[in-house]
Design a protein around this ligand. Structure first.
Ligand SMILES: Cc1cc2nc3c(=O)[nH]c(=O)nc-3n(C[C@H](O)[C@H](O)[C@H](O)COP(=O)(O)OP(=O)(O)OC[C@H]3O[C@@H](n4cnc5c(N)ncnc54)[C@H](O)[C@@H]3O)c2cc1C
Length: 485
């Protein structure tokens, strides 16, 4: 008889863990609280009929570049057999500035550098050797430092600059507003102050992936990634049971391994007294970070960007200069409402016509807000779009907003609106959620954590789930979770 696993949570990490074990011959059941699988990969008609919106993740450099997704793509069960198709925009990313200017990140490093004028050489100097390192570097970063690094020289070179605050690096390495702002926008994905350590590392990683694999979206919606993972799981005999919120580990059926795609707070509730004191303390100490305010729009036409390059990019970073973005992110960290929020915008339907009826468009945007904030950021976000696209507001025919409470209702893993499964600063990069070589293992026999609260952290890459599944496979035969009944 084959070994069996129960996975709680059908986010990218839960599903990747499930698929990895099913491919190894395990019998896998996934319990998901929501009525649809996908977690941060769900898409819904949030505004008007026929408009498909990505509720959470939209742009997928981490998925297309992830070792786990690449391994699946090369396997005999590729996600492409189940409808997953990546769509690339003309340019990966645009970052408008006042006066009709814009910085552009192309897939090509040379083209990007050339577009940055006086900073062409500086951009090449910062990025070229990391891009040349290819997947050796990015795979190393997605396989946390707790494992012996395979390419220590690449990692050391990356770490030497990556550990620095992005504001400092952008100021010292670049001279133009364009290059500085472009880098600030990349580093802003860290959801940290740009004056904090390691923010350069996040900016570099996303930029390097942009040059290696692009910043694609999933045709038909991010939900298609989830649907394809579920289809592969089912083809291997596994199953997903939706509308199944798990409150306690005791309610789970007997299994050889239990993998939890949840954050430390939920694990504390589920595990109760079964959690040993030392581990419990680590879970209690675990910190959650800033939240997000999310907007989706139905538009009666494309966003009327002042700079035409913005219409060529699926992702547009709004917020102006390095100093403006730094100030905005600092406000968030200090618990203040930022008046001119750094806003991440995606315009999927421009490149994927399946997202909206003919002639009309969708757009997606969010900004960071203090943890648990319920302040309505709609006007502030729309002012940022209008600033670089005069006439934008007149195009809005439908709108859907989510504050941090709505985010947490949508997905219990977004505690206080934190979409990263916990702060990703230097301390919690090392202690995620506990210090050691095996952060996916809990001290409870046969129980593993596989969410973005474990290395390598946030994003749709499935690597937390993949690593947790590898731990299970290494431990096979040595651990057994049995329910209390
Ligand atoms: C607005 C927004 C924009 C984002 N943009 C991007 C992007 O463009 N690119 C990118 O790579 N990432 C993006 N992300 C981040 C990405 O979505 C997450 O990092 C990723 O989904 C985390 O995956 P996970 O599997 O760890 O957890 P989740 O995706 O959060 O999945 C956890 C699952 O567990 C379920 N669950 C929780 N508790 C229970 C329970 N008790 N019982 C049963 N089920 C339970 C939840 O319902 C959920 O389905 C974005 C997120 C948000 C919210």
């Amino acid at each position: 008889m084959s070994e069996s696993a129960v996975v709680v949570g059908a986010g990218p990490n839960g599903l990747m863990a499930a698929v990895t074990l099913a491919r190894a011959g395990w019998d896998v059941t996934v319990f998901e609280a929501a009525s649809h699988p996908g977690g941060g990969m769900r898409s819904e008609e949030l505004t008007l009929p026929g408009f498909v919106h990505d509720v959470c993740s939209a742009i997928h450099p981490l998925a297309i570049g992830s070792p786990a997704f690449r391994e699946l793509a090369a396997s005999d069960t590729p996600l492409s057999d189940h409808g997953l198709e990546w769509v690339h925009s003309d340019v990966a990313l645009a970052h408008p500035l006042d006066g009709g200017r814009a910085a552009v990140m192309h897939r090509s490093l040379d083209e990007t550098a050339a577009g940055l004028g006086a900073d062409a050489r500086n951009y090449r100097k910062l990025f070229a050797h990391h891009v040349d390192a290819g997947f050796d570097l990015t795979d190393g970063l997605l396989s946390p430092f707790t494992l012996p690094p395979k390419h220590p020289i690449h990692l050391a070179r990356y770490g030497a600059v990556g550990v620095l605050p992005a504001h400092l690096v952008a100021q010292r390495r670049f001279d133009t507003d364009e290059a500085r702002a472009l880098f600030a926008g990349l580093a802003g994905h860290s959801v940290l102050s740009l004056k904090a350590p390691v923010t350069t590392g996040y900016g570099l990683m996303l930029g390097v992936l942009g040059h290696l694999v692009g910043w694609p979206l999933a045709k038909g919606g991010s939900q298609r990634i989830a649907d394809a993972l579920v289809a592969v799981l089912q083809s291997l005999g596994g199953r997903v049971e939706c509308d199944r919120r798990v409150e306690s580990l005791d309610e789970l059926p007997a299994a050889d391994a239990v993998l939890l795609d949840v954050t430390p707070r939920q694990l504390l509730a589920m595990g109760g007294d079964a959690i040993p004191a030392r581990y419990r303390r680590a879970l209690i100490r675990y910190r959650y970070g800033a939240g997000v305010f999310k907007l989706d729009w139905a538009l009666d036409g494309p966003i009327p960007w002042a700079n035409e390059n913005c219409a060529r990019a699926a992702t547009v970073h709004l917020g102006g200069t390095l100093d403006e973005i730094t100030a905005s992110e600092l406000d968030v960290q200090k618990g203040r409402i930022t008046e001119r929020p750094y806003t991440l915008l995606a315009q999927q339907s421009l490149f994927d016509p399946t997202r909206a009826p003919t002639g009309v468009q969708t757009a997606w945007a969010y900004c960071h807000v203090p943890h648990g904030s319920i302040v309505d950021m709609t006007a502030r976000i729309e002012a940022q779009v209008e600033r670089f696209a005069p006439g934008f507001r007149d195009r809005i025919i439908g709108r859907h907003a989510m504050n941090t409470e709505a985010m947490e209702r949508h997905n219990a893993n977004y505690v206080g609106g934190d979409i990263g499964g916990g702060v990703s600063d230097l301390r919690q990069f090392v202690r995620r959620p506990s210090l050691g070589l095996h952060p996916w293992k809990t001290p409870m026999h046969g129980v593993y954590l596989c969410s973005s609260s474990t290395p390598p952290g946030a994003g749709v890459h499935g690597m937390c789930g993949w690593h947790a599944a590898q731990e299970v496979l290494r431990d096979v035969g040595r651990t057994t979770h049995r329910s209390a009944q």
